[in-house]
Design a protein around this ligand. Sequence first.
Ligand code: SF4
Length: 263
Amino acid sequence: MDAQDFSVEQRKINLNMIQELTQKIQNLPIEEQLEFLAKEFEGRIAFSTSFGQEDQIISHIILSNNIPIEIFTLDTGRMFEETYKIWNITNKKYNTKITAYFPDKNEVEKMVKEKGIYSFYNSIDDRKECCNIRKVYPLTRALKNIDLWITGLRAEQSVTRTDLALLEENKTFNVIKFNPLTKWTYQDVLDYIKQNNIPYNELHDKGFLSIGCAPCTRAVKKGEDIRAGRWWWESKDKKECGLHVDSKVETRNLKIESSKIKL
Ligand code: SF4
């Protein structure tokens, strides 16, 4: 397989390519999947971490095996102190320097001046504006020269992710998205972290299962959905920040047009 065949820049991304890649890697262990893709997409592959438990697993695998994949995070400016701590711990443990992308200061200053420091509580539109400025636009910069984007998403995390595929096209950022943990259960995640002694955000032990920005995340109660603590004032089916919004639609398309894919 010629790596050039997978250049999104050349607009060759298509369902056949994703189907072919899926067939090649779907039965490999996660380490080998990452190694294979790192070779195929050399210099054009990146992993975005928010330092949640799933992301810590992927960082651990990449960094422990010296797999040449860029790791970056989006520092929104509204993160928990505990998240900065685990970022620092991760850098030290694996002797690495995770790249940070920040929002455009002019856009943040304008939004805060016009709408206040808690504008995201006003309406879904204002919340999405904040997510766009603090997350989506910086992610656009981070993925500018990237063709394959790795995420720590799992299908069982929320109703907006139930159709999540192993590999899928992401039209928003014009990349192929690789979700190696899509089939993992939360128990799988906990077991892997324990067995491999992977450092994780201490908020997870205080009921924070999915951790985003501090003002938009709360601990979940027993029996609540994993992502119930994110934007808890909004309805379940709207709770995405814009980073992963088109996954469901595209996965559906893939299933219709590539019925042989078994994920
Ligand atoms: S999660 Fe909240 S604070 Fe963070 S970018 Fe979105 S709206 Fe803004």
